[in-house]
Design a protein around this ligand. Structure first.
Ligand code: VGL
Ligand code: ZN
Length: 212
């Protein structure tokens, strides 16, 4: 199958930042390996949007903000269950910078998320209270963008929730399976596959987008 990106399609590159790559604070296995592929995919799209996980110090998602807890444990917070992480993507630090191999000069929007201390935001559309919008849906609608292809990090967190919220907001979402990698907490990869299938989010391969 060949997919030719249309002028109403956008590539959404999720959180391709140093802290999510090997050597980073919350390294996703092989996270850096998708960078050349993402660069090539981006050339096929007129519209590219990058997201950037962007937390203040003392963010609610950091285990260090909750004495007595460890990274990867979960706690209950006002908006539900929160997985705790090592401190990562702290605003203005090198870990929050984009992976230096990314070369997408025509990307029109960099959307920062997770910048409120009291709410995490996996999704590029809604913060984790599932209510507070980031503004992305309005941006896409105003620009006439209808179909989204998602890549980046991490498959089982920010890619997952962005694809689901994007679908609920009325955008046709596909995940480019080989241009993403998972954190891989117990069961998280399998849960994500099921959750995306349930919302009719498609999985496509980069080859189908690069062929045409
Ligand atoms: C992410 C965990 C914490 C992600 C962000 O980008 O998938 N995961 N913050
Ligand atoms: Zn984060």
């Amino acid at each position: 199958m060949t997919i030719n990106p249309a002028p109403t399609d956008a590539l959404l590159v999720i959180d391709l930042q140093n802290d999510f790559c090997p050597g980073g604070a919350l390294a996703v296995p092989e996270g850096d390996q998708i960078v050349p592929l993402v660069n090539r995919l981006a050339q096929r799209f007129e519209h590219v949007i990058l997201t950037q996980d962007w937390h203040p110090r003392g963010h609610i998602s950091f285990a260090s903000s909750h004495p007595g807890t460890q990274p990867f444990a979960t706690i209950e917070v006002a908006y539900g269950t929160q997985t705790l992480w090592p401190d990562h993507c702290v605003q203005g630090t090198p870990g929050a910078d984009f992976q230096p191999g990314i070369h997408i000069p025509h990307a029109a929007l960099i959307l920062r998320k997770g910048f409120r201390r009291e709410i995490d935001s996996y999704s590029a559309f809604l913060e984790d209270d599932h209510t507070t919008p980031t503004g992305l849906a309005s941006y896409l609608r105003e620009r006439g963008l209808k179909r989204l292809f998602l890549c980046g990090l991490a498959y089982d967190f920010c890619v997952r929730y962005s694809a689901i919220d994007g679908t609920v907001a009325g955008f046709e979402c596909s995940v480019i399976e080989d241009a993403t990698r998972a954190v891989g907490l117990p069961g998280s990869f399998e849960d994500t596959k099921m959750a995306l299938a349930e919302k009719a989010v498609r999985h496509v391969l980069s080859s189908s987008l690069l062929a045409g």
